[in-house]
Design a protein around this ligand. Structure first.
Ligand code: SF4
Ligand code: SF4
Length: 121
């Protein structure tokens, strides 16, 4: 069943999420129709962008981690990793926020990012 399209939330999040969605190397761009972007409830959080390095013809997902609320709707895995809906390629890792910040810096000082070469948002 195709995901229900809802209006995305534009209000800034109120607190740091416990986990953040991080795209791994399995992202295929879903041939230009990324289910994850449709499922994400937050405006300007997930973008399909050109993947100049690995697959210029397709694209991959970029997540703005200053917007992600860690809701897991893009990946929607049930107990013990059972697949419910969301990314069909297991291309989204939910990473604990402290681990993300150790690599990328404090979320509170990161700035929102609108990436270049957007194919879909
Ligand atoms: S975890 Fe939620 S807010 Fe974050 S990218 Fe996935 S769907 Fe969007
Ligand atoms: S659903 Fe998964 S594979 Fe498809 S575009 Fe999103 S992250 Fe990439």
């Amino acid at each position: 069943m195709p995901p229900e399209i809802k209006e995305k939330r534009a209000a800034p999040r109120k607190r740091k999420p416990k986990d953040l969605a991080v795209i791994n190397e399995c992202c295929t761009g879903c041939a230009g129709s990324p289910v994850c972007v449709e499922l994400c409830p937050i405006k300007d959080c997930m973008f399909l962008v050109k993947d100049w390095k690995d697959a210029p013809a397709f694209g991959k997902i970029f997540v703005d981690h200053t917007k992600c609320i860690g809701c897991k709707k893009c990946t929607s895995q049930g107990p013990e990793g059972t697949f419910l809906e969301g990314c069909p390629w297991n291309a989204i890792d939910m990473v604990p926020t402290p681990d993300f910040e150790a690599k990328n810096g404090d979320l509170d000082v990161l700035k929102p990012v609108i990436p270049p070469f957007i194919l879909k948002s």
